[in-house]
Design a protein around this ligand. Structure first.
Ligand SMILES: [Zn+2]
Length: 84
């Protein structure tokens, strides 16, 4: 009988929430952080530039830098990368 019944997806979601909680200040809203980790898609695979993020101007969640554009993990907003 195996103790590893949880899916990789569940493991990843849990580790992402755990990572956010580790970075959180004691006074941060822990339930909110867990909800954020649960609600948002996983970040894309590491690109040539590494994982770079910025704030989404529309929903204020995290935008991830894809090859030529910022893509929001919360609302799907896409912005030209432009100069940076
Ligand atoms: Zn957004």
């Amino acid at each position: 009988m195996s103790a590893h019944d949880t899916s990789d997806f569940a493991d990843e979601a849990r580790s992402r929430a755990a990572r956010l909680l580790r970075m959180a200040a004691p006074e941060d809203d822990r339930d909110g952080l867990i909800a954020y980790a649960t609600d948002t898609p996983d970040p894309p695979l590491m690109g040539p530039d590494g994982n770079r993020t910025t704030g989404c101007p529309r929903c204020r969640r995290t935008m991830w830098l894809q090859r030529e554009a910022w893509v929001c993990a919360g609302c799907g907003e896409v912005r030209e990368r432009g100069e940076d």
